[in-house]
Design a protein around this ligand. Sequence first.
Ligand code: MRU
Length: 349
Amino acid sequence: MKNITDLKTVRLRDDLNAVVILDQTRLPAEESYLELSSAEEIWDAIYKLKVRGAPAIGVAAAYGIYVCSRQIQAASFDEFYTEFHRIKEYLAGARPTAVNLVAFLERMEKVVLDNVSATVSTLVELLHDEAITIREEDAAACRRIGEYALSLLRPGMGILTHCNAGHLAVSEYGTALAPVYLGEERGYGFKVFADETRPLLQGARLTAYELHRAGVDVTLICDNMASSVMQKGWVQAVVVGCDRVAMNGDVANKIGTSGVAVLARHYGIPFYVLGPTSTIDKQCPDGKSIIIEERAPEEVSEMWYTHRMAPDDIHIYNPAFDVTPHGLITAIITEKGIAYPPFEESLKL
Ligand code: MRU
């Protein structure tokens, strides 16, 4: 397998006082990087999916708030915290569904609140260390998720995935794609089917790109072809990522995921959700409580086309995520292990 870690999803460049991200809106045509130094630039990059994927936006925000903290002019803790909190709330509002964004920002805020007697320069140093720890923990979690998930897979399997929960969506390696990469390193010879994932094409532009670049056997299909490849017996497991996991095991992930879960149940194919425990929302009892992001109608009617493909003024509904009910999920795999139903019990561990 060719290494993919030369692609740097999110990096901290202290020397530039910037968060450096791989601009995912330019892929697959171009691997280009953006330097983000202001809260507005970081918010915009998250909102426009230049950096995307639940853990990656959380890491970008953690690095981002550290970079912004270095620029805060404050003579006292109170002055520092007031501005810090303003930026934190602003960044947390960039996207509503992935819990990692707010969870990682809250970890950063806790560092400040736990050190009310510290000087501003000490606070900034502590924020630096916390942001680095968040990123390292995310990378380590992905590896462990990959190992646990690989224990459920067999060489030569056909694996279907939806959206992009790979290296580009996290600090390193991916969640849903971590077992694929580990399996590839160990000669498992998986055959991956990547749903293109309308409307923003994370499957076509990102999953197909990163797997193909790594030398993994990947076949791109349109979202409406998943049933057909399952019916032919080409798929033995489905692996997807997650943006928020409720305590009853309901899972929000990219729009279309719940449809894939329904198909998997129909064809008797195991449906695995992979994500770090940072994606489990302990405050969220079930999927009904998850806020689903709605995005611009033009993403459906115009984006990627040379001219508009829908009548002017037509009603367009463009939810970015959906909730897969826990009853359709075979297992939720985190860095702590494999959780099986009933998830009320297994996710508490
Ligand atoms: O809108 P996106 O591209 O940020 O959506 C990403 C997904 O739905 C991923 O499956 C999820 O964030 C898990 S990433 C490891």
